[in-house]
Design a protein around this ligand. Structure first.
Ligand SMILES: Cc1cc2nc3c(=O)[nH]c(=O)nc-3n(C[C@H](O)[C@H](O)[C@H](O)COP(=O)(O)OP(=O)(O)OC[C@H]3O[C@@H](n4cnc5c(N)ncnc54)[C@H](O)[C@@H]3O)c2cc1C
Length: 315
């Protein structure tokens, strides 16, 4: 970014860390109220491998890249800089927050963390390659596109019982792969068996791919289980390190704890999107970004009003 832009970025109202739907919508809401904001992003987005976004009214099936291109234009329209730099630290400097990347330091009156989560994709050959295509993490996001075919569920780190029941309405041919783990209790296994669901506890070797499509799951012994769509219930890491180092309270899973206005436990610091505790949907992330934007604008108004009144009294 040019020097002029650097200068412009030195003092801003709100630093938004994260340029997914949460961060971008917070930026739009604030910029439309003429707040000086900047969005930082590392150019990785959780759903970047998705073949179509669902559960967002009027945008069903839209590619995430298209969503990003449109929202980038909207940010440009409102003069919001999209800074493609990783934020490496955020410090409370009393009168402001010092937000640092490798190449700049920005002073912001408020901060929004919209840094999302990172999915734990199993380290099994084929998983990364088919992630978002035939391997999915969320039946609400991709279940409809996967229905009525032989389906698998990978559940090693988590007990897969709940998710198996959840995807049972999508297919009557389901195999659960625990990859060596014994998470599913006896009574649960018996219930799954009663519903015609097969559990494979053997360690996995690789996914079998033909013409770029998933056709099976191979176990260490060489058995191949025909599967065309695979859901993965394997957890994620919340990208809340910067917020934690600022003192924000987090849950046992690392999610940033917020109130109904998206305020964290640290005054002036907000969180929105997957990084907090709520449902992981694009529409929810965008809504939380909007809520954070509205709450921050009110907070800034109060501060500006108090300052203006003080200044007037002195004159
Ligand atoms: C394969 C797949 C398919 C999905 N499909 C759907 C779907 O169909 N419908 C749906 O509603 N949801 C879907 N989701 C979930 C959806 O992607 C998330 O709910 C949504 O992206 C959350 O938005 P967010 O803004 O919170 O986080 P993200 O979109 O993950 O954005 C996080 C942002 O933070 C930035 N960032 C992180 N750390 C830093 C840092 N230190 N400095 C600067 N920037 C940083 C990243 O670059 C990124 O811009 C899917 C997820 C996956 C994995």
């Amino acid at each position: 970014m040019a020097t002029k832009a650097n200068e412009r970025l030195e003092n801003i109202d709100v630093a938004i860390i994260g340029g997914g739907p949460a961060g971008r919508n917070a930026a739009t809401v604030l910029a439309r109220m003429t707040r000086r904001v900047a969005v930082f992003e590392t150019d990785t987005h959780r759903n970047q491998y998705s073949h179509g976004m669902h559960n967002f009214p009027s945008r069903d099936g839209m590619l995430p890249t298209e969503f990003l291109a449109i929202t980038e234009k909207e940010l440009q329209h409102y003069g919001v800089p999209l800074v493609r730099e990783e934020v490496i630290s955020v410090q409370n400097a009393g009168s402001h927050f010092a937000v640092k990347t490798a190449v700049r330091k920005v002073a912001a009156r408020k901060v929004i963390f919209a840094t999302g989560v990172t999915d734990t994709i199993p380290e099994i050959p084929g998983m990364q390659e088919l992630w978002g295509a035939d391997v999915h993490h969320c039946p609400f996001c991709d279940g409809w596109e996967c229905k009525d075919v032989p389906m698998g569920l990978y559940a090693k780190n988590e007990n897969g019982y709940g998710m198996t029941i959840s995807i049972r309405c999508l297919s009557d041919n389901i195999t659960v792969f625990t990859d060596g783990a014994r998470n599913i209790r006896g009574v649960q296994a018996a219930q799954l068996a009663k519903r015609g669901i097969c559990i494979v506890t053997e360690k996995l070797s690789h996914l079998v791919i033909s013409d770029g499509k998933l056709v099976g799951v191979a176990t260490a012994s060489g058995a191949i289980h025909p599967v065309e769509k695979l859901f993965v219930n394997n957890g994620f890491t919340v990208n809340s390190g910067l917020a934690k180092s600022l003192g924000c309270r987090t849950s046992a899973t690392g999610a940033i704890v917020t109130n109904r206005k998206q305020q964290t436990s640290v005054p002036g610091v907000y969180a929105a999107g997957d990084v907090d505790k709520d449902v992981h949907f694009v529409v929810v992330a965008a809504a939380e970004g909007a809520k954070a934007g509205v709450a921050i604008h009110s907070e800034l108004l109060e501060e500006d009003n108090a300052f203006a009144l003080r200044y007037r009294e002195k004159k």
